[in-house]
Design a protein around this ligand. Structure first.
Ligand SMILES: [Zn+2]
Length: 346
């Protein structure tokens, strides 16, 4: 079991990135920071000055997508002088590219997310396009996580709502895992499942308060996301965090392209539909998503009825080995359409 060694959450903690690296490795001299253009301009100087203060040589690498080609390019760029740490500083793309690159070059990865948008900030799992797998794959667990709630409060509200979508998904992910235990005899880790479930439950219970996006809200959501990521570390698989609702999201990317919504937005829609199939209170899920400003209808993220039906009917085939509610309830065009209609996703 591999867990993050240090986790810092709070206002302004990005200024501690340099000292945290030195506390993990006193002889570290060089770091590679992977980020996006907006984050570099908005908050790069704070990260810079903290790393400089710790006498670390910094190389910045701006990435604009999370693809295997980008990872390979970055790997080639830093091959002549490998850094002691790779830092993912930014949103999902930067964190994913940094995590995958660190894994490939065998260096520790430090996660410094600037938005509370998904649980990959603390898990070993990564989604990059261009691999032979249309779902997330395992890399290394971040050695540390620095979640600056001040930086996160400045991120677009849509990213926060997306993080809530990725959290409610743990309801159906855990239900799928229970189903696989009951029907296929799959190993089920109660502790990991409960931890993931709890991170969803807090969003269901607090969504009315969370929508104000106060420091309190951001802290609650980021703690829940980190806990969910840790649940995946404990389970040693993405099982507690990712079920049929994630397969739906991957299938949407597959049939509609990556431009249709953010990860947590697609996953949130998937959760509404999978909750109905599981006999869970799907209206509560939809109400929660609406409360935090996340989409509950496919058209809000530019998806057509046809996209949704295609994604629902192909989702399970993207990962046949992962037993979910979609393995049990085999949807055809007609039943997929009526499911999406019945929960008002289309
Ligand atoms: Zn997710």
């Amino acid at each position: 079991m591999e867990l993050p060694r240090k986790i810092l959450i709070g206002e302004g903690v990005v200024s501690e990135v340099g000292s945290l690296i030195k506390s993990l490795d006193t002889v570290a001299t060089a770091v590679a920071v992977v980020t996006g253009p907006i984050v570099r301009a908005r908050a790069g100087h704070e990260c810079d000055s903290s790393l400089e203060k710790a006498s670390l040589n910094i190389s910045w690498h701006i990435v604009s997508d999370a693809s295997l080609a980008t990872v390979t390019r970055l790997q080639e760029k830093i091959a002549s002088r490998l850094p002691d740490f790779v830092i993912g500083f930014g949103g999902g793309r930067s964190v994913d590219v940094a995590k995958m690159t660190a894994f490939k070059i065998g260096r520790p990865f430090l996660s410094v997310p600037t938005s509370a948008s998904h649980d990959g900030i603390s898990s070993p799992f990564v989604s990059v396009r261009g691999t032979d797998k249309p779902h997330s794959v395992k890399a290394n667990t971040p050695i540390g996580v620095i979640a600056d709630t001040h930086l996160m409060s400045q991120a677009p509200p849509r990213l926060f709502a997306s993080g809530c979508g990725d959290l409610v998904a743990k309801i159906t992910a855990v239900k799928d895992w229970e189903l696989a235990r009951d029907e296929k005899g799959e190993y089920f880790g109660s502790y990991a499942a409960n931890l993931a479930y709890m991170s969803a439950k807090i969003i269901l219970e607090e969504s009315g308060r969370l929508k104000r996006r106060s420091q309190f809200s951001i802290r609650t959501v980021v703690e829940a996301l980190i806990s969910a990521g840790v649940a995946a570390c404990i389970a040693g698989s993405s099982r507690p965090c990712s079920g049929a609702e994630h397969l739906f999201s991957h299938a949407v990317e597959y049939v509609g392209g990556p431009c249709h919504g953010l990860h947590g937005e697609r996953v949130g829609l998937g959760t509404i539909m999978m909750a109905k199939l599981h006999g869970f209170d799907w209206e509560k899920i939809a109400e929660t998503l609406e409360n935090v400003g996340a989409p509950t209808k496919a058209k809000q993220i530019g998806l057509t009825e046809e996209n949704v039906v295609k994604a629902l009917t192909t989702a399970q085939s993207l990962r046949p080995d992962r037993y979910t509610i979609l393995s049990k309830v085999k949807l055809n065009k007609k039943s997929a359409h009526s499911l999406a209609k019945s929960v008002k996703v289309i």
